[in-house]
Design a protein around this ligand. Structure first.
Ligand code: GDP
Ligand code: MN
Length: 398
């Protein structure tokens, strides 16, 4: 789960990393007041879960009330790289003397943690990294050893922090690591980690986190009260929300064929098979969703899955592709019938069973004699049938 900048900043501050004073506002009416509270000049920053806001015009400096309101008026209606702006952060503008980049992330290959850093931070960090790869340092924090102040000092030096910044940079690295661990993050990034202050006043110069990007590990939500404080009600897809409440892995895709299966790989293949069938048949029918009922799914799980998939009005037919392992096809069959009765399902359901209790499952479905259940022997045949039925608008012709 990705956080907005205004949320990520709070997590850095909790660990004692300095960020500029700032107020998050959702509406234009609140901008002037916020800017006056912070004091001019301010930076008005689009709150979206995507980077490169600056280059897209989503970060503007304002020197007075009118400029602040005008900047917010321009930024609030924006959609940046497909992400609708959810509000603006009104932040104290800092005088930037230098921009560093530092991030900590999970490294799945080496099964530890990566610290990526460069003394050439800021908006051009990717270009600079491409042209001068030697300027980007990649260091590791071992998953088993901890990371202490000595190691952080060593790291700050090797990253290329200016000598005057090393001690403070080491503190910040250590605090980023605390923030990373404490919040079960997969990414903590500060860009720019800026040296700010008055160029003529040595004592005023120090490092400040001007932008923050944090991603949290969704699998750890149970250790953090479900991260309720980061709940993004206006962003989440309503189908995905309900699926989450049932502990189902669902992704909404906007096509016409609902797809339910067990195991991510099997469901992905089913999506491909449906897309392929839609193309072959010349209808352009597409899958409506990804839904993995997981291993050992019960009849209730199947019933809840069908309810969510069928609540999407675009869905005209559903492909149920189950390879019984821990999951018993018999349970899945019972769930299908339960859903048909409870929800009064009339749309066609195309079923392909194999593996554990497939014969029993198919017998249960045959005995039930529901006109909208279609059984096929293979995934390809089932996908083709579901695509055909969906293209027909889901009307039963048999
Ligand atoms: P991003 O483009 O989404 O990464 O947004 P940032 O928050 O990193 O802002 C982009 C750029 O705007 C930064 O690299 C800075 O150069 C500039 N910027 C952001 N905050 C300030 C500030 O307080 N003062 C000044 N002078 N520039 C800022
Ligand atoms: Mn940035």
């Amino acid at each position: 789960m990705d956080l907005y900048e205004y949320q990520a900043r709070d997590l850095l501050e909790e660990q004692g990393i300095e960020t500029p004073k700032a107020i998050f506002v959702r509406n234009i009416q609140d901008v002037a007041q916020a800017a006056e509270t912070i004091g001019f000049p301010v930076v008005i920053k689009a709150q979206v879960k995507i980077g490169h806001r600056g280059q897209a015009g989503g970060v503007k400096i304002a020197h007075n009330r009118d400029e602040a309101v005008q900047a917010a008026q321009q930024i609030l209606p924006m959609t940046i790289h497909g992400h609708k702006v959810r509000g603006v952060l009104v932040a104290e503008a800092k005088n930037i003397l230098h921009e560093y980049y530092v991030s900590i992330s999970v490294d799945r290959t080496s099964r530890d943690f990566d610290v990526l850093a460069t003394a050439n931070g800021g908006t051009e960090v990717e270009e600079i990294a491409r042209e001068h790869p030697e300027s980007v340092k990649r260091l590791h924090i071992s998953a088993l050893d901890d990371f202490d102040l000595d190691a952080a000092m060593e790291m700050a030096r090797s990253i290329g922090f200016y000598h005057a910044d090393e001690a403070q940079a080491a503190q910040i690295l250590l605090r980023m690591w605390e923030c990373f661990k404490h919040n079960d993050a997969t990414l903590v990034e500060i860009n720019p980690l800026a040296k700010v202050g008055d160029p003529d006043d040595e004592a005023s110069k120090h490092l400040c986190a001007l932008d923050a990007k944090i991603s949290l590990d969704g699998n750890a939500a149970f250790r953090h009260d479900g991260w309720a404080q980061f709940d993004d009600a206006d962003e989440a897809d309503p189908y995905e929300r309900r699926a989450q409440e049932h502990g189902l892995h669902y992704v909404h895709l906007n096509g016409q064929v609902g797809v339910i299966g067990n195991g991510a790989g099997l469901v992905m293949s089913s999506l491909d098979a449906v897309s392929f069938a839609g193309q072959e048949q010349g209808t352009g029918v597409q899958p409506a969703n990804f839904l993995d009922i997981g291993g050992g799914a019960s009849a209730q799980t199947m019933c809840a899955s069908l309810e969510i998939v069928l609540s999407d009005p675009q869905v005209h037919a559903v492909l149920i592709n189950v390879y019984g392992g821990i999951t018993s096809c018999e349970q899945v069959a019972l769930g299908i019938l339960e859903a048909i009765d409870e929800l009064n399902v009339t749309k066609p359901l195309v079923v392909r069973f194999d593996g554990n209790a497939a014969t029993e499952g198919l017998r249960i479905l045959a005995q039930a004699q529901r006109p909208n259940i279609h059984v096929e022997q293979t995934m390809e045949l089932a996908a083709a049938e579901a695509a055909r039925l969906a293209a027909d608008g889901g009307e039963e012709t048999k």
